[in-house]
Design a protein around this ligand. Structure first.
Ligand code: CP
Ligand code: NVA
Length: 320
């Protein structure tokens, strides 16, 4: 029986653990800027199995593992026998004997779940078609930093993380994909106000909805972009066509339906002066967000990318 813990979705954590990880990420971020190191992964070999492209996830995990004293081993599925049809359960059983943990980016959530059943050490989800938990943790950490006044080196922590997060109104615009699902899952645990501003007919996956309900989640769906933006603290979006969907013949119709949900000046103006825009990247300028809105908030967006490193280090300390 496997005793170690995974992060396959945000539901592998409790609310308290998420606050703990944010707090720990703050410390690791500060320590890194002071060149202070800790080596909890000393001697550990961590595999990175990627079945899709990646810039941020791959590099932030590799750097994070090295920062923590471990040794990352990157494996593209193109080079593994996995890419030639070796079953995932056999790959897991073999790698279990070499490695101390794995980060995987793959397609179906069931595929990472199967890997995790056969791999005896911790497994972290580096994105599936369903969820992107490492990204959503970085996003909420970034929101916390900005809304608490700590962003940019300020040290003005007056409120508890919980009190800041619970009172947020977060609006996600665009495609109902792994990022939208991840916001839904995070809302279920942290209880902020979440609206999905999406076209008619765009629905949250059944499994995502069921899991959210089971955890006490509640989110609104709006088909009116401007009404949804009112008083938002955070506005966020993601690409209209995700990895793995590129060849779909229905994509041009899908993009036509999504076009009105672009984050533009009208959305920002309706939200108000303290609104924060986030994007997990890579961005398609003038598709899901206008160039001018993206550039106006780009400092926050690139901080969000940097924060992948710090919060993932906190996760790896906890799991590996
Ligand atoms: N946001 C994110 O996961 O980026 P990559 O696809 O570059 O890893
Ligand atoms: N929804 C996007 C996220 C990329 C980080 C995708 O899956 O391609």
């Amino acid at each position: 029986m496997k005793e170690s813990r995974n992060l396959l979705s945000i539901y592998d954590l409790t609310e308290e653990e998420i606050y703990f990880l944010i707090d720990r990420a703050r410390v690791l971020k500060r320590n890194r800027s002071l060149n202070m190191t800790v080596c909890p992964l000393s001697g550990k070999k961590i595999g990175l199995i990627f079945e899709k492209s990646s810039t941020r996830t791959r590099v932030s995990f590799e750097v994070g593992i090295i920062d923590l004293g471990g040794y990352p081993i990157f494996m593209s599925s193109r080079d593994l026998q996995l890419g030639r049809g070796e079953p995932i359960k056999d790959t897991a059983r073999v790698l279990s004997r070499y490695l101390d943990g794995v980060v995987i980016r793959t397609y179906e959530q069931e595929r990472i779940e199967e890997f995790a059943r056969y791999f005896e050490k911790p497994v972290i989800n580096g994105l599936t078609d369903l969820y992107h938990p490492a990204q959503i943790l970085a996003d909420i950490f970034t929101v916390y930093e900005i809304k608490s006044g700590e962003y940019g080196g300020g040290n003005k922590r007056k409120k508890k993380i919980r009190d800041i997060v619970k009172n947020l109104k977060i609006v996600y615009f665009g495609d109902v994909n792994n990022m939208a699902n991840s916001w839904v899952s995070l809302q279920s645990l942290l209880g902020f106000n979440l609206t999905l501003a999406v076209p008619q007919g765009f629905k949250v996956d059944n499994r995502v909805e069921k899991e959210a309900k089971r955890h006490g989640g509640a989110f609104s769906v709006s088909h009116d972009k401007i009404a949804a933006s009112k008083d938002a603290d955070v506005i966020t979006t993601d690409v209209f066509i995700s990895m793995g969907q590129e060849g779909d013949t229905k994509n041009s119709r899908k993009i036509e339906k999504l076009k009105p949900f672009i984050i533009d000046d009208a959305v920002v103006k309706t939200a108000g002066k303290d609104v924060v825009f986030l994007h997990c990247l890579p961005v398609h300028r003038n598709e899901e967000v206008t160039e001018s809105v993206f550039e106006r908030f780009s400092e926050y967006v690139f901080e969000e990318s940097e924060n992948r490193l710090h919060i993932q280090k906190a996760v790896m300390e906890m799991l590996f």
